[in-house]
Design a protein around this ligand. Structure first.
Ligand SMILES: Nc1ncnc2c1ncn2[C@@H]1O[C@H](COP(=O)(O)OP(=O)(O)OP(=O)(O)O)[C@@H](O)[C@H]1O
Length: 652
């Protein structure tokens, strides 16, 4: 029996793990649909993909140019000059050999060879000097290019709308894109190297043709198969990288699950060790199979190339022997030919290696640029720039708003309409998954409705600058993030628009019942809240929740949205928190999402959600009188607080 897809993405149940199903059960072991386009492109063949290289090299050069003009020029010029020097070196070697193998007395031959010897020595010295300069320039250039390209990537990932993270492909796309910055840095130099290598090759080819045009054919047979095989091997490796990105991410997640402290307690108490190791074995064995398969293909390709090239090289030597034997070429020319063929092989090996790198790095850069391009679909519209900042909140109107998440049939929020006046405290209640958080996210300008409109002061949210709207709203999320900074910073992150003030931080912490708890930490407000750092501490779930609420209070927002802010709080902390929320009533606007219905009794209006729809609304008294869903939920919860009585009505 194969498991349903949503279950298998979270791991397969141990009883389902049979060897025969290994290839079919975990979807991450199969290529995902969205990879099709990328694979197709990877399969267009080596030369088809090569057509893209000039554009990619131009892009890399542009990135490098923006990062550091001087070093880019130095790297390009020194690399090209070094290539030219190699060619001169080869030509002067040839000249040297011709002079040394010429007829006549030895002192005369040595004298005649002296200019070529001096040229060879000078060329070698200049080449050495150029390499040093190139090394310095490249070392300075690489970090700058990486920093600039990486920053551009993170500028995008931090700006995209939340909807981007709902797309399957986004995380994998991003993983591949992270290789782009390094690729941009190496591409510039490697392309210059390829160019210089080509110049070198051309010189060798000319030298060989001059000796005997026939030798050129043999030279081509001796070198081209190796060249093609090396290119093909690079192509195969890239294909594997593309196909394996989901699997690698799965492995990375598993590695963390088995080695991190957050998962350690549950892993032990539920005895998950075997399960996790089993998952690891399965993903890893799939990875190993792919690696072995790749190694086999690469070895076969390169072996065939090397064999054909070897035969070709044998042909060169035989041809040379025949020509020598027939007296068709002098000894000096045949020695030069041996040197030239060896130089050609070295040059071609270098060019192949560099081309392979340019090719692979070019693909990484392409992934990077492609990701940046695709991500633009999730960036706020350009026309948003320059929109006015919203005036102080007077009302929020939700008009027929719906939102459907990708790949979901039902709407998470379905045609909801409501109006909140400034100063009101309203509550969203309802069962799990009824759409409360999604509705709040649309009101907070974090998600865009699929249809309908949210208005701020009777004007659609899109009319206002989105960042400015968000700066007027403080939202305490149900799934809050535990920022790995100090307690003070964790609270001050609620408003970074001005320098943090300890008084303000403490005041926010007091509203969230977090002040005393923080003061008792080893370094008080300056305690670092991450155990992975030296002297770092961790908090309990409820303590983190208090801190998060403190962050919400820290921002002097027109609208405070608290999504399930007290689920982990003890009764005293909960009471203190709700007193703080209540103290806002009449002056500041608050949206409260909670399952603890006792805390919403005082709300100005309660909205009851069910299956994405707004089912009831009213004050607590009105809803109890209506005797609908709210009344049922309230009565059920209240019953839990009644003393248990005997059948005669006596307390037990
Ligand atoms: N990012 C998402 N992608 C796909 N579906 C989602 C996503 N977030 C929420 N949902 C789905 O949308 C529906 C509404 O979720 P939402 O979080 O708004 O409910 P809620 O009322 O806040 O629930 P709870 O009381 O459990 O917090 C649920 O069916 C949920 O599975």
């Amino acid at each position: 029996m194969s498991a349903p897809p949503d279950q298998t993405t979270r791991g397969t149940m141990p009883h389902q793990m049979t060897a025969g199903q290994a290839g079919s059960v975990l979807p991450e072991l199969r290529a995902a649909d969205w990879e099709v386009g990328i694979r197709k492109r990877a399969e267009t063949g080596i030369f088809g993909v090569f057509a893209e290289l000039p554009a990619l090299v131009r892009e890399a050069a542009a990135i490098s140019w923006r990062a550091d003009r001087t070093r880019t020029i130095v790297v390009l010029v020194t690399t090209l000059l070094a290539g030219v020097m190699s060619t001169f070196g080869l030509l002067s070697t040839q000249r040297l050999l011709v002079e040394l193998f010429a007829a006549g007395p030895t002192p005369d031959r040595v004298r005649a060879a002296l200019p070529a010897l001096i040229l060879l020595a000078s060329v070698t010295a200049v080449r050495g000097g150029l390499s040093i300069v190139m090394g310095y320039a490249q070392n300075g250039l690489t970090p700058r290019v990486v920093q600039q390209a990486e920053r551009r990537l993170f500028e995008t990932t931090t700006r995209v709308e939340l909807a981007a993270f709902d797309q399957d492909a986004f995380a994998d796309d991003m993983e591949r894109a992270t290789r782009g910055p390094e690729a941009a840095a190496t591409l510039v130099q490697e392309s210059a190297n390829v160019f210089a290598g080509m110049v070198n090759l051309l010189a060798v080819t000319v030298a060989v043709i001059v000796i005997n045009p026939l030798l050129l054919t043999a030279l081509i047979v001796a070198t081209v198969p190796n060249f093609y095989a090396a290119l093909r091997a690079g192509h195969l490796r890239y294909e594997e990288f593309v196909a394996g990105s989901v699997r690698r991410r799965r492995l990375w997640v598993l590695q963390r699950q088995m080695a991190e402290r957050h998962s350690a307690p549950e892993s032990r108490s539920y005895g998950l060790r075997g399960f996790l190791l089993g998952q690891y074995d399965r993903v890893m064995s799939a990875q190993t199979n792919v690696d072995l398969n790749l190694a086999r293909k690469v070895t076969t390709t390169t072996s065939i190339g090397a064999t054909i090239s070897g035969i070709g090289l044998g042909g060169v030597w035989v041809l040379l022997a025949v020509l020598l034997d027939r007296g068709q070429i002098p000894l000096s020319a045949s020695v030069t030919c041996v040197v030239a063929v060896q130089a050609a092989q070295r040059a071609l090996a270098a060019v192949t290696f560099q081309l392979d790198r340019v090719f692979t790095q070019g693909q990484f850069l392409k992934e990077y640029l492609g990701f940046l391009h695709r991500a633009t679909a999730y960036l706020p519209p350009a026309e948003a720039v320059g929109r006015p900042a919203p005036s102080p909140l007077q009302s929020i109107t939700v008009r027929g708003v719906s939102l459907r998440y990708p790949d979901r049939e039902e709407c998470a929020v379905d045609k909801v309409s409501l109006r909140i006046e400034a100063g009101q405290t309203v509550a969203f209640v309802g069962e799990n998954g009824s759409g409360k958080s999604t509705l709040a996210a649309m009101i907070a300008a974090l998600r865009t409705p699929t249809s309908g409109v949210v208005e701020w002061n009777d004007q659609p949210l899109e009319d206002w600058d989105a960042d400015a709207v968000r700066s007027r709203i403080s939202i305490v999320l149900q799934e809050h993030h535990r920022w790995p900074y100090t307690a003070a910073t964790n609270i001050a992150m609620g408003d970074l628009s001005e320098p943090a003030s300890l008084d303000r931080i403490k005041s926010a912490a007091r509203q969230a019942a977090a002040d005393q708890m923080i003061q008792r930490l080893p370094h008080g407000y300056e305690t670092l809240l991450d155990r992975t750092f030296v002297n770092g501490q961790d908090l309990s779930g409820g303590q983190w929740q208090r801190l998060t609420a403190g962050r919400g209070f820290y921002r002097d927002a027109d609208l405070l949205i608290m999504d399930e802010p007290s689920s982990a709080l003890d009764p005293r902390a909960e009471d203190a928190l709700f007193q703080s929320i209540r103290s806002r009533q009449g002056t500041r606007t608050t949206i409260l999402i909670t399952h603890r219905l006792a805390n919403v009794i005082h709300a100005d209006r309660i909205y009851v959600m069910h299956d994405g729809r707004l089912e009831e609304q009213g004050t607590h008294a009105e809803l109890v009188t209506a005797d609908g869903r709210y009344a049922a939920l309230f009565t059920l919860q209240a019953a839990g607080y009644q003393p248990v009585t005997t059948t005669t009505g006596e307390p037990k």
